[in-house]
Design a binder for this molecule. Structure first.
Ligand code: ZEM
Length: 309
């Protein structure tokens, strides 16, 4: 098991202007490679990178012997990178490598979490408050086999998000609504300029929504309004909608099978503003699991559009 973290924050010599510059470079990369992954682009992959770096947290809240979380940027290291749950995320890291070289002062944990914030905002989502100060840690702090298994039910999802990571039911539902973005891959998408895939994906296939590069509450509306039946294929159990254009994982359907989760699915399907507000708070909490940022300033970034870039 991973060692207990010493979570002292980096001395912070950089200000909003510096981090906005990093944000802008990431956002420009998303724009530049908009044809990646069947014209979805890299945005969803960056959100998944930030989530998989942070979602290794093993609490419980306030316990001094927790492990995982975004602090050490450990998803870059083989032990964690090679976790099958992280298949295809080498592509997201490929996109960010030149930015890490250009801004060598930023830690991997800060860069990867900032890239998730950038993607959410650039894809039309809410503003996410973000704080720097993570420090790179070595392989003894890397995690493996702690990310969620998509084949499981509501009890499992609650065990992982609520009991292990310290989220509420409401925050859990809000976070999984990020599946409005992106798609599932049998093979990792082919990188710009490459000829072949970098390796396997999750083994699931398809998109959750018809606008996978736009952050919306569509995931919740589709969960409630479409008819989901088991896909007939040789791959893992997954569900398809009435015309087989969209998909859901077993763990997604768990959100409407469990009455306490379903209440929030219904609320978010009806109220996009409420969804955006709750997602922003839950995503910030996810990115900060295990790190004591008390009293540290929160940065809020402008989108490229807001800067007329
Ligand atoms: Zn996901 N997710 N996720 N997720 N996820 C995939 C893709 C994406 C689960 C899961 O098994 C999978 C959260 C929670 C959970 C994103 C964001 C967030 C894929 C497909 C799977 C299998 C990977 C592939 O094949 O490339 C499970 C079981 C979850 C909880 C129960 C949370 C929380 C997220 C963010 C807040 C995103 C954006 C993607 C799309 C990635 C892409 O490349 O398109």
């Amino acid at each position: 098991s991973a060692a207990t973290l010493n979570v002292a924050l980096n001395d912070d010599k950089h200000d909003l202007k510096d981090y906005q510059q990093v944000y802008n470079d990431i956002a420009q990369k998303i724009r530049e490679y908009d044809e990646y992954d069947e014209a979805i682009g890299f945005g969803p992959a960056l959100v998944r990178l930030a989530w998989h770096l942070s979602g290794t947290f093993v609490g419980p809240k306030g316990c001094p012997h927790f492990s995982g979380g975004s602090y050490g940027g450990t998803i870059r290291l083989p032990k964690e990178a090679k976790d099958p749950a992280n298949n295809a995320l080498e592509n997201a890291r490929w996109l960010l490598d030149p930015i890490k070289s250009k801004y060598s002062w930023i830690s991997y944990g800060d860069l990867y979490t900032l890239s998730g914030v950038t993607a959410i905002q650039e894809l039309g989502g809410p503003k996410i408050k973000w704080r720097p100060g993570r420090k790179d840690l070595g392989e003894e702090y890397a995690s493996n086999s702690v990310l969620p298994d998509a084949s499981r039910d509501a009890d499992y999802v609650r065990g992982l998000f609520v009991r292990r990571m310290g989220f509420t039911d409401q925050e859990t539902v809000a976070l999984i609504g990020a599946h409005a973005l992106g798609s599932c891959h049998i093979q990792a998408p082919i990188l710009p300029g490459a000829k072949e895939s970098t390796g396997p994906g999750s083994g699931y296939t398809g998109r959750w929504t018809a606008s996978p590069n736009f952050f919306t509450n569509e995931f919740f509306r589709l969960l409630l309004e479409d008819k989901w039946t088991q896909k007939k294929w040789s791959g893992p159990v997954q569900y398809q909608n009435s015309d087989d254009s969209l998909m859901m994982l077993p763990a997604d359907l768990a959100l409407v099978e469990d009455p306490a989760f379903k209440k929030f699915v219904q609320e978010y399907a009806k109220d996009q503003d409420k969804y955006f507000k709750d997602f922003a708070a839950a995503f910030q909490k996810l990115l900060e699991l295990g790190i004591d940022f008390k009293g540290k300033r929160e940065f809020e970034f402008k989108t490229l559009d807001e800067q007329d870039i």
